[in-house]
Design a protein around this ligand. Sequence first.
Ligand SMILES: Nc1nc2c(ncn2[C@@H]2O[C@H](COP(=O)(O)OP(=O)(O)OP(=O)(O)O)[C@@H](O)[C@H]2O)c(=O)[nH]1
Ligand SMILES: [Mg+2]
Length: 465
Amino acid sequence: MHNDTIVALATPSGSGAIAVIRLSGNEAITIASTCFKSVSNKNLLKQKTHTIHLGHIVENERTIDEVLVSIFKDPNSYTGENVVEISCHGSSYIQQEIIQLFLRQGCRMATAGEFTLRAFLNGKLDLSQAEAVADLISSDNEASHQIAMQQMRGGFSSEIAKLREELLNFASLIELELDFAEEDVEFADRTQFKQLIERITFVLKRLIDSFSVGNVIKNGIPVAIVGEPNVGKSTLLNALLNEDRAIVSEIAGTTRDTIEDEISIGGIGFRFIDTAGIRDTKDVVESIGIKKTFEKIEQAQVVMYISPLTPKGGIAEETIIEIEKIKNKFPQKQLLVILNKIDQITATELADLITNLKPHVPNLIPISAKTGFGVEALTNKLLDLINTGALRNNETIVTNSRHYDALLKAFEEIQKVQFGLETGLSGDLLAIDIRQALYHFGEITGEITNDDLLGNIFANFCIGK
Ligand SMILES: Nc1nc2c(ncn2[C@@H]2O[C@H](COP(=O)(O)OP(=O)(O)OP(=O)(O)O)[C@@H](O)[C@H]2O)c(=O)[nH]1
Ligand SMILES: [Mg+2]
C-alpha cells in the first residue's frame, strides 16, 4: 500500500543555510495546511499546483520557523502524488521539529528511496530511470554524470522498451497461429521476424559491450603504481591525489598493503592503486603485499612502472629486463614507464638518459614526485590513453550490473529464437523462447518486478529521495 503520506528531509542532515523537507501522498497538502500560516492569509488547499508560498510553520500558538512552501499536485509531481516541499532554515533542531510535527499530524517517515519508488509505481519513471536517479546523486565526475543523466532521460530503456513491444507483437501473432494449428496458417511474417531478431541481436550486443566502458567510468579507471621498493610510488600517489594519503619513508618496504583512492582528472574518474614494492623478500607480510601487487596489476587497466635511478643517475640493465617482463606478462595493459627523482640529476644527464633509453622504452615519462615536476604531463598522458570515444559519441552505455545481467540473459534467449527460426522450430516452442526473452527485457525497464527486486534497488537510495 502506498496511499499514506510520507515525510523526510531531502537535503543532507546537519545544519546548513536552508533545508528542504518533503511530503508526498494524498494528504500532503491537507496536512501541510494545518501547520502552515501564510503571511497573506492564503489557504494552501486552494492554491494552484507549482506555486510557492511564504509563511510560518506553527504548532498551536508556537511558531517554529519562517518557511517557503512549494506545492505540486497529483499527478504533476516527482512522485505523481500530491507533494509539498518546505524550505526552512537549516538548523538540525528546526528540521527535526518540523518533521516531528508532521509525524504527529499523521505522516509516516519515508524509507530510503521511497519517493522514487512511488514515482516508479505511479509510472513517472521506469525502473532503469529510477536507478539512474541514484547514480546521478552519486556521480562525482563529468563522465559518470553524463551517463546517469542520459539513462535518467530514458535513452537506453526507451530503446529496450521499443524492441520489447515489437517482439511482443510477434509473440502474440505466433501464439495466435497456435490457436489455428489445424489450418496451418502463418500470421507472423517469418522474414520480418528474422529481421527483427537480427536488429535486437545487434542492439543487445552493443549494449552488452558498452558495459566494460560504463563500469570503468562509474568506478574509475584502475591505474596500478608499481616498481621496486623506495622508488617513490607512494610519493607519486600522494602527488596525484594532492594529499598525504600514503606513508612515505626512505625505508625500503614501507608500503605493505595496497592503498587505493579515486580522483577525477579532466572529467574522468581514475582509481590509483599504490602497491608494495616488488623485490625478493623473506618477510612474510611483505611477501603477501607483493602477491597482492600482482593481483592489482591484473585488475588494472593502466600500469605505471616507476623505474629507479642508479646511484650514477642512470637506469640499470635489470630494470630494462624487468620492464620487458611486465610487458610480456601483461600484454593487454597500457604500460607507462616513469622515471622518478629527476630532481637528483642535471638536465643534461636527463637528456642523455632519455636518448639512450628510447630504443628500449619509447615513452618514458620523467617526473619528480617530490617536487611535482612532470606530474601534470603524466596525467595528460593518462587522459590521452583512455579512449573515451564511446562517450563523446553520446552512445548509450550500460553501467548497472543488474541491467547487464538481464541483457546477457535476453541475448541468450534471442539466440535460441534465432536458432529456432533457422531450423524451423515449431511455433509453440518458439513462443516459449520469445516469452523468456521478453521477460528479461521487462526486468530492465520494470514491467516485470517483484518486491525483493524493488526492495534491493531502493534500499540503496538515500532517505528523502
Ligand atoms: N629526491 C627525490 N626523492 C623522492 C622522490 N620521490 C620519492 N622520493 C623519496 O624516496 C623515498 C621513498 O619514497 P616512497 O614514496 O616511500 O617510495 P615507495 O616506492 O612507495 O617505497 P615502498 O613503499 O617501500 O615500496 C622517500 O624518502 C621519498 O621522500 C623524488 O621525486 N625526488
Ligand atoms: Mg610506498
